[in-house]
Design a protein around this ligand. Structure first.
Ligand SMILES: [Zn+2]
Length: 166
C-alpha cells in the first residue's frame, strides 16, 4: 500500500471536488490538533484512543475524542463528537476533518456510522486519515461512502413522488 494508493486517490480527485482542499500548512495544523484531541479520549473499555479535528467553512476548528460508556452502545466516536460540537455552535459547513489514533502501522479509518454522519453535511469535503507520526492519507467523504444516501434523498418531492406510485 502507501504511496501508490495515495497517488491514485489524488489522481482521481484532481479536477473535481478537492480543488479547494486546505493547503499543506492548514492540513498539518489540523492533524496536530487531532493528535492533541486524542489525548482526551475517554476509552477505559477499548483503550483505543481516537481524536478528530474538524475544519469549518469559516476556519473554526472543532475537536473531538471518543467517549465510551459502561453501557457500551452509548459511546460516541471522536468524529461524531466533533461534528456535533460544530453543529451545536451553529456550524454546518465543513472543509475537512483529520482523524488520529495510536495505530502506527495503518491510517485510522472512520467507522460506517461516522461516514454517514459526515455525509449529512456534504460529500466532497476532505478527510485526512492519519498515523501518530503525522503522516496522512487524503480522501473525501464520497470516496469513503460511495453511492451514499444523504439529505437530498429525503426531499419532500421525492418522498411524495414515491408514495404516489403505490
Ligand atoms: Zn465512528
Amino acid at each position: 500500500m502507501g504511496d501508490l494508493q495515495i497517488e491514485m486517490l489524488h489522481g482521481k480527485d484532481q479536477g473535481s471536488q478537492l480543488l479547494h482542499h486546505p493547503d499543506r500548512v492548514t492540513v498539518e495544523g489540523l492533524i496536530h490538533q487531532s493528535l492533541e484531541a486524542k489525548e482526551f479520549a475517554y476509552c477505559p473499555y477499548s483503550n483505543f484512543r481516537v481524536g478528530a479535528a474538524l475544519l469549518a467553512h469559516d476556519d473554526r476548528v472543532f475537536t473531538g475524542c471518543n467517549v465510551e460508556n459502561a453501557c457500551n452502545n452509548l459511546g460516541v466516536c471522536a468524529e461524531r463528537n466533533a461534528i456535533a460540537k460544530a453543529v451545536s455552535e451553529g456550524c454546518r459547513s465543513f472543509k475537512a476533518i483529520a482523524i488520529a489514533s495510536d495505530l502506527h502501522d495503518q491510517f485510522i479509518s472512520p467507522c460506517g456510522g461516522c461516514r454517514q454522519f459526515m455525509r449529512e453535511f456534504g460529500a466532497s469535503w476532505a478527510v485526512y486519515l492519519t498515523k501518530p507520526d503525522g503522516s496522512y492519507k487524503e480522501m473525501n467523504v464520497s470516496e469513503l461512502l460511495p453511492v451514499s444516501f444523504g439529505p437530498e434523498d429525503m426531499s419532500m418531492k421525492k418522498v411524495v413522488k414515491i408514495s404516489n406510485e403505490y
